[in-house]
Design a binder for this molecule. Structure first.
Ligand code: PLP
Length: 466
């Protein structure tokens, strides 16, 4: 399998290079040069019994064939999912009338990012040891990515990790999950700004070729192809393990990585009816899927901070598909969007998109109401991100004979305040979270200033690698 950039001007790479590169040299994102077809083994439905790690290795194998032996890859995948606290890794619960919740939060940081990052951390380490190389991973987080990335690479000898988060805009739990990790290779920075500011700082550091090479920068945020790849698996798992033919998925969306992975599974032959792209009041994607146009506005903080995003990086991969994989047109569209803050796609393309995508905006009151209603009806507690997905699913048109799967992206205890406001009681803290309150935090603050941040990153990697 070869990988090409969505902007058509970067070198064609193999999986191992794409893994370490993150962003392509032309500013685009790497995608496979063709979509492999799900094997009969991957599609074979064994309701309730399928082993997640086996399925995962089978689904992902075509993307990595050539980079590992099959035995080694199976081993890495098995190891990645061995630390999850549920034997099914991604268990599903039926809420009634064909509505399902798929729990993606059984990994070490209790959010869905673990599913991709526990694997990607291992793939990184493997690739770096093989090459006798070291990298400095730099990433921006709106909350959960940072914790999951740190957890995935802590104490690994070949990796330093520097994570920027917007100060005061992530929950206390999310912050503590990052800042209490006592590992010499872990460096957190609180930026005076928004998540988009953090993401822009990261992009600017990667855009500086000299700095990037000097510091051996690498990324594991959701632009990294390997993360999208790892996330395709649970869409296949939902369909095959539970025998859901042509289901729809409602996906709480921020950077568009999660739902894009569903699109990839569909490109590989999984039968899916519709993707509901669920947004909070940061509804730029709702505009896009309902009108074919979008305009950037400011980021509004909400109770689902991991979705407080205006520029969803992974949308570029979908745009590339919609433009018939024409990198030059994709580059132009994205560059104009950068310059003007506005984008409009062809009316024909937008009409096609409406066939199997919906954009739904869910405001704060509706999110709270969704948490409260589910609790009243079933006693179950969901986090506010999941609640956005749930409310969006309720609001979408649905074929009554087809299942709708809501992806539950975080454990409710990570967002205790929002949950308490909705149902009057706090979700019980799992042990992994309970002990965080006791631990000291380590986290310098920096202004939203590129040169200050660059100097800090250089210092972190120099201190570590000498
Ligand atoms: C990251 C995250 C999202 C958004 O996922 P994207 O892949 O960025 O669209 C939703 N919910 C939670 C809890 C998250 O951590």
């Amino acid at each position: 399998m070869k990988y090409i950039s969505t902007r058509g001007r970067a070198p064609v790479l193999e999986f191992g290079d794409v893994l370490l590169a993150g962003l392509a040299a032309d500013g685009g994102l790497y995608v496979p040069d063709r979509w492999p077809v799900l094997s009969p083994e991957a599609l074979e439905g064994r309701p309730g019994r399928g082993d997640y790690a086996d399925l995962a290795a089978e689904v992902m194998w075509p993307f990595v064939d050539g980079a590992y032996t099959r035995d080694r890859f199976d081993e890495l995948v098995r190891d990645a999912y061995s630390g999850f606290d549920h034997p099914d890794v991604v268990p599903m619960v039926e809420l009634g009338e064909g509505l399902w919740l798929m729990e993606l939060f059984h990994g070490p940081t209790l959010a869905f990012k673990d599913i991709a990052l526990q694997l990607v951390g291992r793939l990184f380490d493997e690739e770096l040891s093989r090459r006798s190389e070291r990298v400095t991973i730099v990433g921006a987080t709106s909350g959960d990515t940072g914790a999951a990335a740190i957890e995935a690479v802590r104490d690994r000898e070949n990796i330093q990790i520097v994570i920027l988060h917007p100060r005061g805009r992530v929950s206390e739990m999310q912050r503590r999950q990052m800042t209490t990790v006592d590992s010499a290779n872990v460096h957190n920075v609180a930026i005076e700004g928004t998540f988009d500011d953090c993401q822009d700082l990261v992009k600017a550091m990667f855009g500086d070729a000299e700095f990037r090479a000097e510091q051996r920068l690498s990324a594991v945020n959701s632009i990294n192809w390997a993360r999208v790849m790892a996330q395709t698996v649970y869409y296949v798992a939902a369909a095959t393990r539970y025998g859901l033919e042509r289901a729809s998925f409602s996906v709480p969306t921020g950077n568009f990585g999660n739902v894009l992975a569903g699109h990839v599974a569909r490109q590989m032959g999984l039968s899916v009816d519709r993707f509901v792209v669920a947004s909070n009041r940061n509804d730029i994607l709702t505009q896009f899927f309902t009108t074919g146009a979008m305009a950037i506005s400011e980021v509004h903080p909400t109770m689902s901070p991991s979705m407080d995003i205006q520029v969803s990086s992974n949308l570029e991969r979908l745009l590339f598909e919609l433009l018939d994989r024409d990198g030059i047109r994709t580059a132009k569209l994205l560059e104009d969007f950068r310059a003007t803050g506005e984008m409009r796609i062809d009316a024909r393309i937008s009409a096609d998109l409406g066939q199997n995508w919906s954009g739904v905006r869910v405001d704060e009151d509706e999110t709270t109401a969704a948490i409260a209603q589910l609790y009243r009806d079933t006693g179950m507690i969901v986090d506010p991100h999941t609640a956005v997905g749930l409310a969006a699913a309720h609001r979408s048109e649905r074929d009554p004979d087809r299942a709708m799967v809501v992806l539950a992206t975080a454990h409710p205890a990570k967002f205790g305040d929002a949950v308490e406001a909705a149902i009057g009681t706090r979700p019980p803290l799992p042990p992994a979270l309970a002990e965080l309150a006791e631990r000291p935090e380590r986290c310098p603050r920096l202004p939203n200033d590129l040169s200050a941040v660059k100097a800090h990153v250089a210092q972190c990697s120099a201190r570590a690698f000498g």
